[in-house]
Design a protein around this ligand. Structure first.
Ligand code: ADP
Ligand code: MG
Ligand code: MG
Length: 206
């Protein structure tokens, strides 16, 4: 297996394990804001992706695209197409040898894809509120010439902080928008999931 595919495979396995372990927690958050299935959805998607045989693939980019397609086709609801689009767009530009600048550009592409698909802006209390600060952090790291390992740790910190900040927001997209102001006080589960994915990327990609 090539290094690129091995890195994506490591990341994928760890994500599947983490979503399995945190399924109840994410479902419970989604019960407060939506229909209570976010953890189950992420789990189903990543477990389906984990059963893919990626070993014959050559590049990490191809592997990321396969994972993205598995999420789109195995997860219903809002999150399948949105997380799928995120990974498909990242996979469309993922480089053979990831650098901070290339990962920053790929993450920006992923953010643009999610925003185009879901029509959410920053501040609408969605996964966008975790991806956007991670993308901004990666841009700063690229500008400052930081190593990828440092940049990915900072991006995961930014994604987790962005997720936490959704507590104070009123939802304007997704099922939670039906609650409007009553959604204030609860963290957005999709944003938590972005933090999970970013933290595991920091642990497995560099
Ligand atoms: P569903 O709402 O279809 O049951 P999930 O519960 O799996 O799907 O996912 C809900 C998450 O999806 C939300 O917490 C939010 O982060 C994200 N989400 C929902 N709608 C949008 C949207 N239009 N744009 C961006 N993210 C969204
Ligand atoms: Mg839901
Ligand atoms: Mg649902």
């Amino acid at each position: 297996m090539t290094d690129g595919v091995a890195a994506v495979t490591r990341w994928l396995r760890a994500c599947a394990d983490e979503f399995d372990a945190r399924r109840e927690e994410l479902d419970a958050l989604d019960r407060l804001l939506g229909d209570g299935d976010h953890g189950t959805n992420m789990c189903r998607g990543f477990i389906a992706a984990q059963t893919l045989d990626l070993s014959e693939l050559v590049t990490g980019a191809e592997a990321l695209r396969q994972v993205g397609m598995a999420l789109v086709s195995n997860v219903g609801g809002a999150s399948g197409p949105l997380f799928g689009t995120y990974l498909l767009r990242i996979g469309a530009v993922w480089p053979l040898h990831p650098t901070t600048r290339a990962v920053a550009m790929a993450t920006r592409q992923g953010l643009d894809g999610v925003m185009a698909r879901g029509k959410a802006s920053v501040g609408d209390k969605t996964m966008v509120d975790a991806i956007a600060p991670a993308a901004d952090s990666l841009d700063l790291s690229a500008r400052d010439g930081e190593d990828l390992a440092v940049a990915l740790e900072k991006a995961a910190d930014a994604a987790e902080a962005g997720a936490l900040a959704t507590v104070g927001m009123a939802a304007r997209r997704g099922r939670a928008h039906l609650l409007a102001g009553e959604s204030v006080g609860v963290i957005d589960p999709g944003a938590v999931s972005v933090g999970i994915i970013a933290r595991i990327a920091a642990q497995s990609l560099s």
